[in-house]
Design a protein around this ligand. Sequence first.
Ligand SMILES: NC(=O)c1ccc[n+]([C@@H]2O[C@H](COP(=O)([O-])OP(=O)(O)OC[C@H]3O[C@@H](n4cnc5c(N)ncnc54)[C@H](O)[C@@H]3O)[C@@H](O)[C@H]2O)c1
Length: 392
Amino acid sequence: MALLGTKFMGRAHSNAWGAAPKFFDLPMTTSLEVVAGRDIAQTHAFAKRWGWRQATAEWRDAIEDPMVSLVDVATPNHVHREQSIAALEAGRSVACEKPLAGTLVHAREMATAARKVKKCRTFVWFNYRRCPAVALAHQLVREGKLGRIFHVRASYLQDWGGPATPLLWRFQASKAGSGAHGDLNAHIIDMARFITGLEFQEVVGAIEETFVKEREILDAAARAPAISAGGAKRSPGKLGRSNVDDAVLFLARFRGGAIGSFEATRLATGNKNRNAIEVNGEHGSIAFDFERMNELRWWDNTLPQRLRGWSTINCTESVHPYAGNYWPSAHLIGYEHGFTSMAADIVRVLGGESPLVPLPDFDDALQTQAVLEAALVAARKRVPVRIKDVLR
Ligand SMILES: NC(=O)c1ccc[n+]([C@@H]2O[C@H](COP(=O)([O-])OP(=O)(O)OC[C@H]3O[C@@H](n4cnc5c(N)ncnc54)[C@H](O)[C@@H]3O)[C@@H](O)[C@H]2O)c1
């Protein structure tokens, strides 16, 4: 395989590709053939550290390497389309980071390209599906344990996006598409669809807010951090406009009658990576919070009334999805395991087997992208927006 991108996700994916064959029995062997980054010296160092055979500064060379059959796209959102479509046209399967693209237009082009190349498979790194607790929630809903679903209540709260954070690509619409919305709401929209099996019908209303309108331009910030090593503040460098949201909240209806609320923000002070979802059904409820990622909270409404209460399932038993591939009971797993389990399922699919729980492909991720788009239109025009209208 080839990897494009060498920073946060480049590291997470490299770790996962390396670990997957150690923890899972896979139908085929994998080889970390070539990694592409922008700085060749850094990319060589990355390749050596993470076990890639070759390094290149030309991502097209990586795609065209005859040894490569799967291209892993771990670059910023605005490059997903060009790199994924080039890989598909070269006959490679593609595992692309989320959101599928910065915009619905790009996402649609990617899904169309994927449909044309029948022999290639596509995957999108919605890694939270493979937390054992989230996969268990998905299984419980499919088994009918929640019955009819009434509510989905999801929020993804972070707090790193204050005024001191410089103008990273994540704050530039031309690169990211949107801010907290595409970054964080994409995950909880996908989790809601995955856990409940319900599709969104309409975004009824939304709020989009950019609290920090100007941020320090990165070159200046990179040369001199805002707080010096001694703790003294220095005067900020040149400022540039942040033209993405810092927070987006929206309300939605699902097909079949359930309703949902969604919130994504980078300014929820004190919340570091609080990716949380609660689903309330007729026969029970489930609740998940990534900050306690090994646990699934469960309310069984079919119990006699005097026994009803929230219970906390430690999802580390071998009967829980993926957990048995790692350690004995109550030996907790972490962030990286979601990626490792996803890498294993990708290899299973490429080897002709089925994933343990469904893997999102470009078509699936296009549905999530349509909900993102509907929420932005609803916020900007102050109107309800049907998903079928944005997908038209
Ligand atoms: N699944 C998750 O939970 C998760 C978490 C973080 C990021 N992401 C997604 O992963 C992707 C990458 O994010 P990241 O946090 O790793 O970003 P990053 O800034 O840490 O790394 C981006 C990498 O892409 C390279 N790059 C940038 N522009 C490029 C270009 N034009 N051509 C080739 N390479 C280029 C950079 O050199 C760097 O190696 C984004 O789509 C992001 O939304 C997903």
